[in-house]
Design a protein around this ligand. Structure first.
Ligand code: AG3
Length: 296
């Protein structure tokens, strides 16, 4: 897949009959890792671009939206998050956001493909600024196994920052994995998972995530929506789960006085992201029998 200067990189969403393109300056790096095809391009207007198996993972220009929304809403929902585990997230962007919270004492990035991290260190150094933080820990291996082996009740927050739910990431979108997370989290822990496009995947991936998180024993589940221009439809989501704690409340005063800089997340954005579109409410309500309503 060689793309010359001025040519366009395109991610085709075949099922939807749409595509997203970015104009390229040059190919910076390309390799077949033991797990996937990994490429980095320099784009004309979005800075560096990371692509895995033909899917856009991130660009320098807009990854802050995704990384901030994958971390801060959950971190400000938990009462006192001290130990955080990121499953996937090899580019280190989520880790950087997590470690902005001074109360976090220990963060683990559990990524199956070490090459993603090494390539990110080279081409996205701005995402790797917290890698030398003494609280940062790296494990390169299978996140599903890692979670199965985790000691019960020892983790406050699990963030699943994965690729689309196919191939290597498929097992991360399953009742068995959610159950292992629940056991590792204990009573007050929170799980948050990237859950694809509200427009494309509400009736499939998002609905299934709610159903399976509840099957696993989480009684509270909630999807937050946010913009992400370079992903299919430009509109993305994450889904949070908790055993008992309602997810519509968060540490508002702390979010308002956060002792660090963000580019997107703030207290009002958090409130806005909690608001659920009507079509999503209807779709999720179909599965709601006997459970607390999704809007609670
Ligand atoms: N996680 C990938 C989200 C999925 C994007 N899907 C797509 N382009 N088809 C991003 C990793 C960032 N830490």
């Amino acid at each position: 897949m060689s793309i010359g200067p001025g040519e366009w990189f395109t991610e085709v969403f075949q099922d939807e009959g749409t595509a997203f393109s970015l104009q390229m300056r040059r190919l910076c790096h390309e390799e077949q890792t033991p797990f996937q095809h990994l490429a980095v391009y320099e784009t004309e207007t979005f800075g560096n671009l990371m692509v895995i198996d033909g899917c856009v993972m991130l660009t320098a220009r807009d990854n802050f939206l995704y990384h901030e929304m994958m971390s801060h809403p959950a971190l400000f929902t938990h009462k006192r998050p001290r130990k955080v585990v990121i499953i996937g997230g090899g580019d280190c962007g989520t880790l950087k956001e997590v470690l902005k919270h001074p109360g976090v004492e220990e963060a683990w990035q559990v990524e199956i493909d070490e090459r993603v991290t090494r390539v990110s260190e080279e081409y996205f150094p701005e995402l790797c600024t917290a890698n030398d933080d003494p609280r940062a820990n790296f494990f390169f291996g299978d996140g599903i196994q890692w979670m199965r082996d985790a000691a019960p009740g020892t983790i406050d927050l699990v963030i699943v920052d994965s690729t689309d739910p196919f191939g290597a990431a498929e097992g991360l979108f399953s009742t068995d994995f959610y159950r292992d997370c629940m056991l590792a989290l204990g009573e007050h822990g929170i799980l948050v998972q990237q859950s694809e496009s509200p427009l494309l995947h509400t009736n499939t991936i998002i609905k299934k995530a709610h159903r399976e998180m509840r099957e696993a024993g989480f009684t509270q589940t909630r999807t937050l929506c946010f913009p992400q221009p370079v992903y299919p439809t430009g509109w993305w989501s994450c889904t949070m789960a908790a055993r008992a704690n309602p997810l519509k409340y968060f540490r508002e005063a702390d979010a308002d006085e956060k002792p660090f800089v963000t580019d997107y997340y703030n207290k009002d954005i958090h409130h806005a992201a909690l608001a659920m579109p009507e079509f999503m409410k209807r779709a999720l309500a179909e599965d709601d029998e006997g459970m607390p309503p999704y809007s609670s």
